[in-house]
Write a protein that binds this ligand. Structure first.
Ligand code: CP
Length: 489
């Protein structure tokens, strides 16, 4: 492997000083100028520049950092490390002189996507580019750096590895070497939690963190999926999941088709597979599917080329709900390992319960199910979970109670004498919680049957994170759709 040292700490310091002097000449004491470092490696170099300038002018300057991942147009064929990182520009860029700082300028695509990202934070007066290394012979997009540390003549197959740490001045080394591959999901579909491994769950949560930040911006939209068409195919009623997927897709700039079986030709006798094939022939890349029969998403995935996302199939799985639930617990408690989670209510008909159990066990939680014996599957303890029939004991044990709806539409026989009796023995209300006297987080996937499995005083209380779950659902679904799109050929 070709390995050539471009900079060591000594000549890097000389270059940083020269670049800072050039900046100071052109930026009148940084009165109206800001520095934006590009993730991931550009921010370390930007910090060097900022430290040096602040030392010279003896005052703090405005600075931020930007991740360009969701603005890139080359993320499918350019398999360099592209995991999304944090963005922080906590001030308006209106009328500012912006200096974008990156470590390496290669094809120009990062800078082009950075300019698209920058515009979401205001309309600058001027945008300049400062780079440590300019690989100018590899440029694909006509972008020129204003300030350059060193120009190098590289061929495309070579990689530049920048080894700068925030404070590691003595260990600086910049080589031409090979870089890592980016992280991807292992599968082109998301059909259930069962087959996700820990690194994939981590990747989804980390990517969702990045999208949560996007959703706080004035312009809550990125162009990542502008080349992707997604069909939301719902054969069963939904409020949260359907709206959440649709909004996630819009935030990612995807083209969207919405299909509901009611009012469709399904009512005229068209088969499931014919319906799906007719939708797919319109050049759909990803299909989000909800169906009342377990296994339908898997059946469709076996029969079509598109990526399939399970948005809930009968009493089988609801993977995106489990992911947003676990993400919300992690957000509230910091981590999930060793936390005690009680899932309460109609376990036997619940895809949410099954997906939650699979996911929470993978993440190291202690899981309990609680409800009337008739609503708990016989062999569920084989999943290494605790079974409890006394609601008070369950709540005394738990850190988190995930309360489920009684699914009357899936109950073909009577599982308990009356809703009134269920509510009396298993309903969660303030009186019951007060008798336990401990901090307990209350969750519910929705829709809520107020006064049956949960009372309004609990659902609307400060211990409830029910609406946080819904809010997090958008970021989680953006993460899943974005990560699946990376696997589309
Ligand atoms: N949690 C959930 O799946 O809700 P919807 O049925 O409204 O989508």
């Amino acid at each position: 492997m070709l390995k050539r040292l471009l900079f060591d700490s000594k000549n890097l310091n000389v270059t940083v000083s020269r670049l800072c002097n050039q900046l100071l000449e052109n930026h009148n004491h940084f009165q109206n100028s800001v520095i934006i470092g590009l993730q991931p490696r550009g921010i370390f170099f930007a910090q060097r520049i900022i430290n040096e300038i602040e030392k010279q002018i003896a005052k703090k300057i405005q600075k931020g950092y930007l991740d360009t991942t969701f603005y890139r147009d080359d993320y499918k064929n350019n398999r360099k490390e592209l995991d999304a990182k944090e963005t922080s520009i906590p001030f308006s860029l209106d009328e500012k002189n912006v200096i974008i700082v990156d470590d390496v300028l290669f094809t120009g695509r990062t800078v082009r996507s950075a300019m698209e990202g920058i515009i979401n934070f205001g309309r600058p007066n001027k945008i300049e580019l400062l780079v440590l290394i300019d690989r100018k012979f590899n440029r694909e997009i006509p972008i020129e750096a204003t300030y350059i540390g060193k120009s190098v003549n590289t061929i495309e197959s070579q990689k530049v590895l920048v080894n700068l740490k925030e404070q590691g001045y003595k260990n600086d080394k910049i080589w031409i070497v090979k870089t890592n591959w980016m992280n991807l999901l292992n599968n082109k579909h998301l059909l259930g939690i069962k087959n996700l491994d820990l690194s994939e769950i981590d990747l989804i949560f980390n990517t969702a963190d990045r999208f949560k930040e996007v959703l706080t911006r004035p312009i809550k939209k990125v162009p990542s999926l502008r080349h992707i068409t997604i069909a939301n195919v719902f054969f069963e009623n939904s409020t949260r999941t359907k709206l959440s997927f649709e909004l996630a897709e819009k935030r990612l700039s995807a083209e969207i088709l919405n299909f509901s079986s009611s009012g469709s030709s399904v009512k005229k006798g068209e088969s499931l597979l014919d319906t799906i094939k007719n939708i797919l022939v319109m050049k759909v890349d990803i299909m989000v599917i909800r169906h009342s029969s377990p296994g339908v998403p898997q059946f469709i995935a076996n029969n079509v080329d598109a990526s399939v996302v399970n948005a809930g199939d009968g009493s089988h799985e609801h993977p995106t709900q489990a992911l947003l639930d676990a993400y919300s617990i992690k957000e509230k408690l910091g981590n999930i390992n060793n936390k005690k989670i009680a899932i309460i209510g109609d376990i036997i008909h619940s895809r949410v319960a099954i997906s939650n159990i699979f996911l929470l066990k993978k993440l190291g939680a202690k899981v309990m199910v609680c409800g009337p014996k008739t609503l708990i599957p016989k062999h569920i303890s084989d999943l290494d979970i605790i079974v409890e029939n006394n609601i008070k004991k369950a709540l005394e044990w738990a850190d988190v109670a995930n309360v489920l709806r009684i699914q009357l539409e899936r109950q073909e026989v009577k599982y308990f004498p009356s809703l009134r009796e269920y509510s009396l023995y298993f309903g969660i209300n303030n009186k019951l919680l007060k008798s336990i006297n401990k901090d307990l987080i209350i969750m519910h996937p929705g829709p809520i049957n107020r006064g049956i499995e949960i009372s309004s005083d609990v659902a609307d209380s400060s211990r409830s994170i029910i609406l946080n779950q819904v809010e997090n659902g958008v970021a989680i679904r953006m993460a899943i759709l974005y990560l699946l799109s990376l696997n589309i050929k």
